[in-house]
Design a protein around this ligand. Structure first.
Ligand SMILES: Cc1ncc(COP(=O)(O)O)c(C=O)c1O
Length: 466
């Protein structure tokens, strides 16, 4: 920043513009430096790097700091304290990388600084969001006319789909829940599988439907809801099914469950945070058969499609219901003929994350998305085969990109995971699957190669040796 200009001038003189350009070029260099070197460092930050974050804490300085210094502090202390999730050898949680087109688009989105609340505030954000949502609908094979919203993640996508379900069921019962709340409302029954993701339970808590009032359906050894164990379903029931269990990757048998649930008038919601993307691949779409019969679907762009954080997606068969649940009106808000995103999601002001989703999906096309599903699932099988050949127990049927491995007694497995994380070639977390302590391998990055798998496998086997 030139010394002769106040640091926060709102009039971009030529020298302010030049200073900004220089700063952004430097930010781009720092970002490229980070991405080019991240492969050569341990996946988790060192304890020293985490401790050095102290340099970024402390009280707010009384006066300004130059943007160059701010950027320097971030790269110097922030970059080393990241998880190397963009390296191709990060297998924790269900964490994708960020596709180059989505990353580049996010830089442009930040430069545009659009508010994606209304079409009137950002035509490009509103239109690309709508287009991207329809591309997702097409990839999932959902009915035409299905619409939805972009939110921060599958947790909020589950919340939004279930808010629409609550609206629909109570409207049917003659109750206006948005106007009158839940006090004295007709009861709703909520049915989930025993291995439901906790974000669905959290959503029911936030919706006033209660975390503890939920009916749980028994599951099999893979976590799949047992169709033969479903309770009575009726038009006052929300049934949540799952496409892709966070531990095993297994899919509920939607084709066996949905026809009867639909006939009973239940609202069917799908938590498909990552699994629904299997629909894009001719080889894996058999797992998603039947899920198209649901009423609402939640998924993530930041998991399997590698759109970058954050990007959650909710789709609703009848988007009028989502609109009735989420719409917001005020005299100062300019509403256009076109779709206003804020009428379909819990937020008003928001980032234009639809642009990043649009860019990532446009760069992939249908075959590119199928390629990620197929490659990562084949890497998962390669891991499972290597670990099994070395004598370790694979606890799940490896149907997509998730592997659960036990190295023996729980303490032995946990010690192996700790050694692996400390050694740094790759990163995996732990879980307890139906009483068994396991290491989770989730292959979710578009960038993972066979070489990454082989290097990581060697590191896992070494970590498992006592
Ligand atoms: C099946 C399932 N549902 C929901 C979620 C929550 O997603 P998010 O972290 O994007 O809110 C996850 C996260 O891993 C998941 O695997």
């Amino acid at each position: 920043m030139a010394a002769s200009h106040p640091p926060h001038s709102s009039i971009p003189t030529a020298s302010v513009t030049e200073a900004r350009t220089a700063l952004l070029k430097r930010a781009a260099r720092d970002a490229m430096d980070y991405l080019e070197s991240v492969n050569t460092r341990p996946m988790a930050p060192t304890a020293k790097a985490v401790a050095a974050l102290a340099a970024l804490r402390g009280p707010l300085p009384p006066g300004p700091t130059s943007p160059e210094t701010v950027l320097h502090l971030l790269h110097e202390y922030g970059s080393p304290a990241t998880m190397a999730k963009t390296s191709g050898r990060f297998f924790g949680f269900v964490t994708g990388d960020c596709l180059p087109a989505a990353l580049a688009a996010s830089w442009l989105v930040s430069a545009w600084d659009q508010n994606a609340a209304h079409h009137a505030q950002s035509p490009v954000a509103a239109q690309l969001e709508e287009t991207a949502l329809d591309w997702v609908r097409q990839l999932f094979g959902l009915p035409e006319g299905t619409g939805g919203a972009l939110v921060t993640g599958a947790t909020m996508a589950n919340f939004s789909g279930l808010a629409a379900a609550r609206h629909a069921l109570l409207t049917r019962a003659g109750w206006d829940v948005e106007a009158d709340g839940l006090f004295g409302a007709p009861p709703i029954t909520v049915v989930v599988g025993e291995e439901v993701h906790q974000s669905v339970i959290k959503a029911f808590g936030m919706l006033g439907l209660g975390r503890n009032r939920i009916v749980r359906v028994p599951v099999d050894g893979q976590g799949r809801m047992r169709a033969d164990a479903l309770p009575h379903l009726d038009a006052q029931t929300i049934l949540c099914i799952q496409a892709g269990n966070v531990n095993t990757g297994a899919f509920d048998p939607a084709a066996a469950i949905c026809p009867a649930a639909r006939a009973a008038g239940a609202w069917i919601h799908v938590d498909g945070a990552f699994g629904l993307w299997a629909a894009a691949s001719p080889e894996y779409s058999r797992w998603t058969k039947g899920f198209e019969q649901a009423d609402s679907w939640a998924t993530d762009g930041h998991k399997w499609p590698n759109i970058g954080y954050d990007c959650g997606i909710v789709l609703v068969r009848d988007p009028k219901i989502l609109r009735a649940t989420m719409s917001i009106q005020a005299p100062y808000l300019v509403h256009a003929e076109e779709r206003d995103p804020s009428n379909y999601n819990p937020e008003l002001s928001r980032r234009a994350r639809g642009v990043e989703l649009w860019a990532g999906l446009r760069s992939l096309g249908r075959s590119g998305m199928a390629g990620i599903v197929e490659r990562t699932s084949s890497h998962a099988r390669r891991f499972a085969a290597g670990l099994k050949a070395a004598g370790y127990e694979i606890l799940n049927e490896v149907v997509i990109n998730q592997v659960l491995v036990s190295f023996g007694a729980p303490e032995k497995t946990l010690r192996a995971i700790a050694r692996l994380q400390a050694e740094g070639t790759c990163w995996c977390g732990s879980t307890v699957w139906q009483g068994h302590t396991a290491m989770r391998i989730s292959v979710s990055s578009w960038a993972t190669t066979n070489e990454d798998v082989d290097r990581s496998l060697a590191a896992m086997l070494k970590a498992a040796e006592e």
